[in-house]
Design a protein around this ligand. Structure first.
Ligand code: LMR
Length: 330
């Protein structure tokens, strides 16, 4: 009996010590993304880590994995659902298999500028998209800006006919495929990590992206021309695994939400500046001619690409498109 009691005591003590160690272990939040640190998203992830670890010392540890170093396109969403990563910020072009209305963000020439995108994202319709994938276990925490897309190729792109027959890398988005088909080019879906090599080896000969993504991936080394077309948007939704987020202790979750809101303000403030300085760095590198479009030329691209809206109106919803268009009015 005495032997039994002593054994039970040892067992109870070691169990409670294990419990204590467990209670003290910080919650690990892995934040994976595909871009470089010196981009709007790269900076956002680092600011989030800094603030979370400062304000929740010992409770939360954030590990940031940039440049597809943990998971790249194609694998990251699956990893989030499996619980192998807790935060991602995929480009808005990468959600079509989870919620068709998300395709709205890829419609060419939808938003006049980033401020309009911002107004739509903070409207009731924009906010509703953040929670529209919870049945798939994906919760949107915030929208982060990168910026507007520019086109690139090894020949000057001034008018839609200049793109004819070229092979353009696109993100995994049916809308973006249609956008390039509309100018009789050949779109090819390719993950972000493969873009430089794809352009270098000629698997593709053109692409679209923001200045900061071009510069940080050295795309200007393999593209002779970039056209300042501002024809679409690359923004992000910061997402988490719904079950993981809801399972966090309430005080931790609420502090992380406060931090996320602050980081969002900061990312969106810095994004344009980062893109403008990346554009200057590309110009200074001297490898790539930056082409400005006349209003007439830009109008031609708009006219050529706009029919894409009609093709996706059924999947996206006409009301949502109208709401996004209305955000162009201040
Ligand atoms: C791309 O794949 O071109 C971009 O969306 C990458 C990113 O996350 O900015």
């Amino acid at each position: 009996m005495l032997k039994f009691t002593a054994k039970a005591l040892v067992c109870a003590i070691s169990l409670s010590l294990a419990g204590l160690a467990q209670a003290e272990a910080p919650i690990i939040i892995k934040f994976a993304h595909v871009v470089a640190d010196n981009t709007p998203k790269g900076q956002g992830a680092l600011i989030f880590k800094k603030l979370a670890e400062e304000r929740l010392p010992g409770k939360v540890k954030v590990e940031v994995y940039p440049n597809s170093s943990l998971f790249g396109d194609g694998k990251e969403m699956e990893a989030l659902l499996l619980g192998d990563v807790q935060l991602l910020a995929p480009s808005l072009a990468k959600f079509e298999q989870y919620a068709k209305p998300m395709q709205i963000f890829d419609l060419p020439f939808l938003f006049d500028d980033l401020a309009a995108a911002d107004r739509f994202q903070s409207s009731p319709q924009g906010k509703a998209l953040l929670t529209s994938m919870e049945d798939k276990n994906i919760t949107g925490l915030a929208y982060w800006h990168n910026g507007t897309k520019q086109m690139s190729a090894n020949k000057p792109l001034r008018e839609p006919s200049d793109a004819r027959g070229l092979k353009f890398r696109v993100q995994a988005s049916a809308v973006l495929e249609e956008q390039f088909k509309a100018v009789r080019a050949n779109p090819r879906k390719m993950s972000f990590a493969e873009v430089y090599q794809g352009l270098q080896t000629g698997v593709v000969n053109g692409t679209e992206n923001t200045w900061s993504n071009y510069q940080s991936q050295k795309v200007h080394e393999v593209q002779k021309y970039m056209t300042e077309s501002d024809h679409g948007l690359i923004d992000y939704m910061v997402i988490t695994n719904t079950q993981f987020w809801k399972g966090l202790p309430a005080d931790v979750r609420s502090e992380l939400e406060t931090i996320m809101a602050e980081v969002t303000v900061e990312v969106n403030k810095q994004a344009d500046e980062l893109n403008q300085s990346a554009k200057q760095a590309i110009a200074a590198a001297g490898t790539t001619e930056i082409i400005e479009l006349t209003p007439e030329q830009r109008g031609q691209w708009r006219e050529a690409m706009k029919p894409v809206w009609q093709k996706f109106e059924g999947e996206i919803g006409a009301d949502l498109i109208r709401a996004a268009e209305a955000s162009n009015q201040r």
